[in-house]
Design a protein around this ligand. Sequence first.
Ligand SMILES: [Fe+2]
Ligand SMILES: [Fe+2]
Length: 480
Amino acid sequence: MEKGIRLTIEAEEEIKKSDVQEEIIQELINLNKLFICKEDVEGILHKKTTGTSAQIQVEVRQATFLPIAKEHAADINVMHTRDVTGKSRGRGELEDFVSYFRNRYEKLARLLRSNSKFASADLKDIKRYVNEKVRVIVTISDKRETQKGNTLFELEDLTGTFKAVVSSNKFSKEKEQVFEKSKEVLLDDVVAISGRVLEPYIIVDDIEWPDLPVLRERKLIEEDLAIAYISDLHFGSRYFLDHYLESFIDWLHGRGEERELASKVKYIVVAGDIVDGIGVYPNQEKELVVKDIYKQYQMFDDFLERIPDYISVIMAPGNHDAVRRGEPMPAIPKDLVKSEIVRVGNPSCVAIEGLKHLIYHGTSMDSLIAALPNASYNHPEKVMVEYLKRRHLSPIYGGNLIIPEKVDYFVIEDEPDVLHSGHVHKNGYALYRGTLVINSGTFQDRTEYQIKQGHVPTPGVVPVYEAKYGRLKSIDFKIS
Ligand SMILES: [Fe+2]
Ligand SMILES: [Fe+2]
């Protein structure tokens, strides 16, 4: 950075001496975005203030941005068995659906079995337990309210079917609790139901989801590095906020506040909706400024080109990206995004510095928000906790388009250290039983559709995680 910058500041009112320092900084910001840190303004070499005009020469210290992250090699390990990329076999035939549901049931039933010391019964044997207490592990194939206001479940396992009733009669605290729980049960949920068999029903005493273990500590890492989480850039959309993304790029180069944190950023994880796409919804072309899909991805390549080369980028697709429409989705191919980055599917599991990241765009959040009594677009982190509780990323089958594969890639088989989603364009964070839950918002402005829906997004806010200390900071690029 050159020394001795000369500035002329003009103001509407008379400039006071005390205003000059602030004016200099503001002027430097206006003149040159490369230089905006107060601590870099060394001192005033020369100053002449006359009424509403001031001629100033300031000395500027050499910018000192020494990224810690540059000194470390990247440590990224993609868990390929948990990613559909390169191995999709689903053709949408009956046998694919059967093996998908069987695999889902078996994986979740294994978790539910390991959660309890009580043995579970098969539905084919249920009539042997009349008047006795049983625990069964079942898929909820139907749920409805009876005329008396009770909840009736149709149950199914790999051996048979049965019915279960949850009483709405709140004659004890326990009964009241189980009735509240029954409101949270979704179609296709795999749960353990405990209760007494009174033919033709099980009268339900308790409902359990597979969930995460209660006592689980958050995992931290050795290295003093940081991970930035972004999603829903929507390149090509007329609502894309390029100036917010510019600020983010500047920040990564050490220009702005929180430079120490910026110097630690070694990884950027992108959870889908890289581009706005084409033909994603009717009349979308009216909302596009770039109507060529290759050009939309070229904009993302240009962005990647401009971030520091020691930062590793891990990218998963979302429902706007140009891979297949149904989930699970394979990684975005090289003919679309040409840069050397780590491409993974949606969903996918990636260990970063040994921290297990579960990346899922979040398409199924729409159906969960519609079905769960207390869920809303304002708190995506709470919906993501529901994924963890159910150990499944797309609990309601058919809520969004699923392509049945031989295995169910949506089952959360092992406990993630970080669950990262986007899709709802709203930042939200939680710590749930040792898992850090992050929804990383968007770089797209509020759309007409969102205005109609009353949905208020939070663009330009990037969560950055210092995993050595377990510190998550939200950096707002609207104001920097
Ligand atoms: Fe999006
Ligand atoms: Fe999306």
